[in-house]
Design a protein around this ligand. Structure first.
Ligand SMILES: C[S@@+](CC[C@H](N)C(=O)[O-])C[C@H]1O[C@@H](n2cnc3c(N)ncnc32)[C@H](O)[C@@H]1O
Length: 378
């Protein structure tokens, strides 16, 4: 099968996790190399399909389709006019284009995207008298243009909607934790389902749901209705069926160790339980409603991941008390466990009364946060 070059993006700070996922046998990518904005990898068409199915910490999977000169908007347009666009979409299909420019003569990414759009449309009009429409929400062919200095790289985005939108959650949960970030933090802590897990302040339950998907070896991409590449001219239906079939074959219908999710807020727990059911893992998570200080896990924990309340306006006495109560819970009920605490406010970490083993920076969108890790709590 023809080798292709791909580029996967994820959260800054979780590059090594993303690279390890790509190298793992479920995806089996080769030439995996992490950069500051994402991770390159190679493989056949199946590697791209499997990345969409299996990546947990990934956000996008882009396949490089063309590379050319871009020292000016005119040169970019001329180059794009030489491309055979019919290899990637038909005139009846829709497309979208997003661009990033870096250290380039072309300083406006929107203008760069516009020149590619013009070339695509002009090229179709010349050939068949009409052009494909743009659809910014659900394009058949989502394109991504990256310009670095004088060179343009054109990618097609296999997933379209970012991969963290697994499909188990609706728009109601605007403030819930990003699913890819939660999965990345679990994988960073080497979670594979073989130790008991708890999130004592679970909110919408993202850590617990992602933990259950990992423990039950569920490919998150199986939760999606459809990927854009399924309508591409070179889509290999049989190969995709085989990739999905293998993923279904690997699923477990039980989890080896307990997964517990606790919160004091019944509304949050109801939504978490609904999402867990939608993800097909509701029966693997034990939900409980209690103050963190009263939460008593039923068995010794191996891993705790938690995202306690924080925020610039949320560092008052209530938040400090919540952190102190969490610290007491960790010290008194989590002996021997590893703990990852996600926070955007490092000043609160001292309230836990524990000495961190490490504090790793992470970036989610424009928000800078930290994963504070404690090992083998005693
Ligand atoms: C930032 S949210 C967690 C978000 C969550 N990780 C998710 O996936 O959406 C913090 C959660 O801590 C809970 N919480 C705050 N203080 C608590 C306490 N003392 N005991 C238990 N839960 C608490 C809140 O109800 C809230 O759901």
């Amino acid at each position: 099968m023809n080798q292709r070059r791909y580029f996967a993006t994820g959260h800054k700070g979780l590059e090594q996790v993303l690279a390890a996922e790509l190298r793992a046998p479920e995806i089996g990518a080769t030439e995996v190399r992490s950069g500051s904005s994402g991770t390159w990898f190679s493989g056949g068409r199946d590697a791209g399909y499997r990345a969409c199915l299996w990546l947990r910490s990934g956000i996008r999977v882009l396949e490089e389709i063309a590379r050319g000169p871009a020292s000016s908007p005119e040169e970019l347009y001329e180059w794009a006019m030489t491309l055979d666009w019919s290899a990637w979409l038909t005139v009846k299909q829709t497309f979208s284009i997003e661009a990033r420019v870096w250290d380039s003569q072309i300083t406006h990414s929107k203008y760069a995207a516009l020149r590619i759009k013009d070339a695509l449309c002009d090229s179709f009009r010349r050939r068949c008298g009409s052009r494909p429409d743009v659809d910014t929400e659900r394009a058949d062919l989502p394109l991504f243009l990256y310009i670095y200095r004088d060179e343009a790289i054109l990618y097609r985005d296999l997933a379209g909607t970012t991969l963290h939108k697994r499909g188990y959650r609706d728009a109601l949960h605007k403030s819930s934790l990003n699913e890819a970030l939660a999965a990345g933090i679990l994988l960073q802590a080497a979670y594979d389902g073989r130790v008991a897990f708890a999130d004592p302040m679970c909110g919408a339950g993202t850590f617990a749901i992602e933990a259950a998907l990992i423990a039950a070896r569920r490919a998150p991409g199986l939760l999606r209705q459809r990927f854009p590449f399924e309508s591409w001219p070179d889509f290999d239906r049989q190969l995709w069926k085989d990739c999905r079939g293998r993923a279904y074959g690997m699923a477990r219908y039980e989890v080896p160790k307990a997964i517990m999710a606790n919160d004091r807020h019944s509304g949050a727990l109801a939504l978490a339980a609904k999402d867990a059911a939608a993800a097909g893992v509701g029966e693997y998570i034990r939900f409980s409603e209690a103050e963190v200080g009263a939460f008593a896990p039923e068995e010794p924990l191996g891993l705790v991941c938690v995202n306690p309340p924080w925020g610039k306006r949320l560092s008052g006495p209530d938040v400090k008390t919540a952190w102190r109560d969490l610290g007491r819970f960790l010290r008194e009920r989590c002996a021997g466990a590893n703990v990852s605490v996600l926070t955007g406010n490092r000043d609160l970490v001292g309230e836990l009364g524990l000495v961190p083993a490490e504090m790793r920076p992470l970036r989610t969108g424009k928000v800078e946060c930290w994963v504070v890790r404690f090992r083998n709590i005693s």
